[in-house]
Design a protein around this ligand. Structure first.
Ligand SMILES: *Cc1c(COP(=O)(O)O)cnc(C)c1O
Length: 420
């Protein structure tokens, strides 16, 4: 469910007509719905009521300050993977004691910053990281609260580029070595072991791999407690998928995910952390774009739009499916299009063989489910300006990241003095 629907045949974001927004700010742009963000957050939390539960929004999915602040105001914590994201989360008002820090390559500088801010937990992904964290914490006179991210070696059955829980992936510590590593960690003065963490991948559409992984994590908690560790936190990661293609069966809803999780690990009495990213923001955003040309190829029609792979890379990078709709329901003849952008790469294709009402230069389209891993992965490739982000609330909107000027991009380059 999202808040982008047709009223009188015109697509609206909540109560605001998107065509008018496009006239006012120009295309292309991202548009997010406050109502959808809040609803997704509350639906997820309701799946874990009556428990010691913390939702840590995986901010890498969408790091705009306004998006993070909207979720922070609902009580969300954050899962961050860099000092930059930690700074963004803190600046948007998420308290440090609701922040967990994941990622395979935390540097000394990043560790020191996070320790100074007093984050809730480091999710440690290797032994070298453990020893470095101990060094940094000891030097600062601090103690780092940690969980190890376990690699349970389960198949998440998602796209290979976003599967993270197999033995061959770079993430986490191998389950077989976990108990030995926890024993080592317990001896370190700069480390306090408090939890177990996992995250097996993204856009999972089936509960079975989660169930398998949670089972493994739960068993590990019991083993570790028997070994004498005080394990009070279980971080189940993110990864629950969202519907991108309305013609396919939808992924399981959060309440089923929550019920399953509590059935598998509820008896442990741990504080449960979940790190959803896509689920909160994916369907809370769309990308609005204008048709530049309609080009007749040898055997197909190309709809060339003003958004490109540099604005939304998911179709090129992950072969991702995004629903694409016309902003106006015209009732015109249906035509089948390949929908492409202006960038000089064949990979700059959003979709092939999509049937839409016949469109012409100047018409507007929306790429749906673009709120997660869209704007955050954008680049200025082909010297295209980053596109604006807009947040809607009811019948009003605000530009939450403006379109930069060309000079903002070109001006980053510096000529060496011998070329001046
Ligand atoms: C990316 C990531 C998430 C969020 O994944 P979603 O599929 O967006 O829910 C959560 N935890 C970690 C460690 C991640 O790297």
């Amino acid at each position: 469910m999202d808040s982008f629907a047709y009223r009188h045949h015109k697509l609206h974001a909540e109560d605001f007509p998107l065509e008018r927004m496009a006239q006012e700010i120009g295309t292309p742009f991202y548009c997010y719905s406050t109502e959808t963000l809040i609803r997704h957050h509350s639906v997820f939390c309701e799946a874990f009521t009556d428990r010691d539960f913390l939702l840590c929004y995986a901010v890498k999915a969408n790091t705009n300050q306004a998006v993070i602040k909207t979720l922070a105001d609902q009580g969300a914590g954050a899962d961050v993977v860099s000092e930059g994201e930690l700074r963004r989360a803190l600046k948007a008002g998420i308290p440090a004691d609701k922040i967990v820090y994941s990622g395979v390559a935390k540097t000394k500088r990043e560790m020191a910053y996070a320790l100074e801010k007093g984050i809730f937990q480091f999710n440690v992904e290797s032994e070298p990281e453990l020893y470095q964290l101990n060094d940094v914490a000891s030097r600062l006179g601090k103690v780092a609260a940690i969980a190890f991210r376990i690699n349970p070696d389960v198949d998440a059955k998602t796209h290979a580029k976003i599967a993270t829980g197999r033995a061959e992936n770079k993430f986490g510590v191998p389950l077989k070595r976990a108990r030995a590593i926890y024993a080592d960690a317990a001896k370190l003065p700069g480390i306090r072991v408090q939890g177990v963490d996992l995250h097996i991948g993204s856009q999972l559409t089936d509960l079975a791999p989660f169930e398998q992984a949670f089972h493994i994590a739960g068993k590990l908690v019991e083993d570790l407690r028997r070994d004498g560790h005080d394990i009070t936190v279980l971080d189940l990661g993110g990864g629950l998928g969202i519907p991108y293609d309305q013609t396919e069966t939808a992924p399981p809803l959060p309440h089923l995910y929550g019920q399953m999780a509590q059935r598998i690990v509820g008896h442990l009495g741990c504080k449960i952390i979940c790190e959803p990213g896509r689920l909160l923001v994916g369907n809370a955003g769309i990308l609005v774009s204008e048709v530049i040309y309609v080009k007749k190829g040898e055997d197909r029609n190309f709809l060339i739009i003003d958004a490109a792979m540099n604005d939304l890379i998911r179709p090129s990078l992950y072969e991702a499916y995004h629903e694409i709709v016309a902003l106006e329901e015209t009732g015109a003849n249906p035509v089948t299009y390949d929908i492409v952008g202006p960038v000089c790469e064949t990979g700059d294709t959003f979709a092939q063989g999509r049937t839409l009402p016949e469109l012409a230069t100047g018409d507007l389209v929306a790429i749906r489910s673009a709120g997660a891993y869209g704007a955050v992965m954008a680049s200025t490739y082909n010297t295209r300006r980053l596109i604006p982000e807009v947040l809607v609330k009811g019948d009003s909107y605000a530009v939450i990241r403006p379109r930069p000027d060309y000079e903002d991009i070109i001006g980053l380059d510096v000529l060496p003095d011998w070329l001046d």
